[in-house]
Design a protein around this ligand. Structure first.
Ligand code: HEM
Length: 416
């Protein structure tokens, strides 16, 4: 509920098929710093201006707790495909003290030093995957998303969480569907049911056979009430769901998009080889240019919020969606070249990991996985090319997940 004029503008309907991320971002920005959008039938304010978005992400008057602060929830959103995104009980949807309590149980496990110590394990998994794809017959396209980009993150998070190997395919399938915005309400509800059955199986398994992993520590926090205030059974399941899904889908997109960016911008790959650019430059610019999570639902105003510079008022109870991708590629942040992949730009500022109290817990891990995946891939297959034209790559069916359905490549085109 902003000014009368903005109020009158019809909401922009977010494209559930994610067919034109760049075009939709441009359309969102063209409507101003914040604009009304239709999110699979629910109304929200999309914030595209980077400065305003950053300020609102820091604003304690904005909550992520739908249970307490979204009047539409749950009565009006039972038939909404994104009900799981807003209804879960974990740090992602918690506010204030509750958020601090839930985040404290997880964040230390992903702290910088622990992640650095994980490097040999990440390299070992990466080496195994490279050996596995290297078995492809010469000249046969290999789907790098399916066989490389998607496998490394789930195996790393599986290692940290103590996921039994035979649970991994079920998690991959159901987590992919959590991010698919073309599912009907019934399909999404069925997937949610499936997911909880898988999570419950994991908790049952780990209760019987505890290990030195985060799942076991969270179960102990639940069962002994000893770690920072305890957890309800629902919070336990939903925290496992969050860490496994956030630690997987997003990083897959980052690796997928970075490989694609390099194969379509060979001059930057050459600059890496001369030392003019680093793998960190590539990863950071990919995060900026192709935000793995382009739009992040939802936040809610806990009171009327008058925006600076007469940008309007967000009324109490209104929903807000963070338009990370549109903000990252906003000319206000990166000038006229904002839409271009340029890892040499000195300032690669972006909001792809969020900002403020809900900022991503796994940013260090994601960066480490992506730089390792790229460095080792291009060392092993220096002449790697796309097996199809870049224009034939198809986007994932989603406005929440920014990657490709497949990434077919030729590992050794020179041998074909
Ligand atoms: C490229 C990879 C990743 C991207 C782009 C990404 C993106 C994000 C974003 C945008 C948020 C903030 C959500 C908001 O606006 O409220 C977030 C939160 C979170 N991320 Fe990540 N993430 C990535 C990798 C990971 C990994 C590897 C983990 C592993 C643990 C992880 C765990 C989390 C958790 C637990 C939160 C919730 C934090 C909170 O609400 O306090 N993420 N992530």
């Amino acid at each position: 509920m902003i000014t009368t004029q903005q109020h009158a503008a019809p909401a922009l309907v977010l494209d559930p098929t994610g067919s034109d991320r760049q075009g939709e971002d441009a359309a969102l920005r063209a409507r101003g710093p914040l604009t009304r959008v239709n999110v699979l039938g629910e109304q929200a304010w999309a914030i595209t201006d980077p400065k305003l978005l950053k300020a609102l992400l820091m604003d304690a008057r904005i909550s992520k707790d739908a249970h307490r602060h979204w009047p539409r929830f749950p009565t009006h959103t039972q038939e909404w495909p994104l009900a799981l995104w807003v209804g879960v009980r974990n740090m992602f949807t918690a506010h204030g003290d509750n958020h601090r309590r839930l985040r404290r149980l997880v964040a230390p496990a992903f702290a910088g030093r622990r992640m650095t110590a994980l490097t040999p394990r990440i390299e070992q998994i990466t080496r195994e995957l490279l050996t596995s794809i290297d078995r492809a017959a010469p000249g046969t396209p290999v789907d790098l998303r399916e066989r490389y980009a998607a496998v490394l993150p789930i195996r790393v998070i599986g290692h940290l969480m103590g996921l039994p190997d035979n649970h991994i395919p079920d998690f991959r399938r159901t987590v992919d569907s959590v991010f698919d915005t073309t599912l009907t309400t019934d399909q999404a509800a069925a997937n949610t049911q499936d997911l909880y059955a898988i999570l419950t199986r994991l908790v049952t398994t780990k209760r019987a056979e505890p290990g030195d992993d985060l799942t076991t520590r969270l179960i102990q926090a639940r069962d002994t009430d000893g770690l920072g205030g305890g957890l309800t059974e629902q919070e336990l399941l939903d925290t496992l769901l969050l860490v496994i899904s956030a630690g997987y889908e997003t990083t897959v997109n980052l690796i997928d998009q970075a490989i694609t960016a390099l194969l379509t911008h060979p001059q930057h790959l050459a600059a890496i080889r001369t030392g003019a650019l680093s793998w960190d430059d590539i990863v950071e610019e990919t995060l900026r240019w192709k935000a793995p999570v382009p739009l992040l639902p939802m936040r809610y105003a806990t009171t009327d919020i008058v925006l600076p510079k007469s940008q309007g008022i967000i009324r109490k109870g209104d929903a807000v969606i963070a338009a990370y991708s549109a903000a990252n590629t906003h000319p206000a942040l990166h000038g006229r070249t904002a839409d271009r992949f340029d890892p040499a730009r000195p300032d690669k500022a972006h909001l792809s990991f969020g900002h403020g109290v809900h900022a991503c817990v796994g940013a260090t891990l994601a960066r480490l996985e992506a730089t390792t995946a790229l460095r080792m891939l291009f060392a092993r297959f220096p002449h790697l090319t796309l097996a199809i034209h870049a224009t034939q790559l198809t986007p994932l069916p989603s406005f929440l997940s920014h990657g490709h359905r497949t990434l077919p490549v030729l590992l050794r085109p020179e041998a074909v």
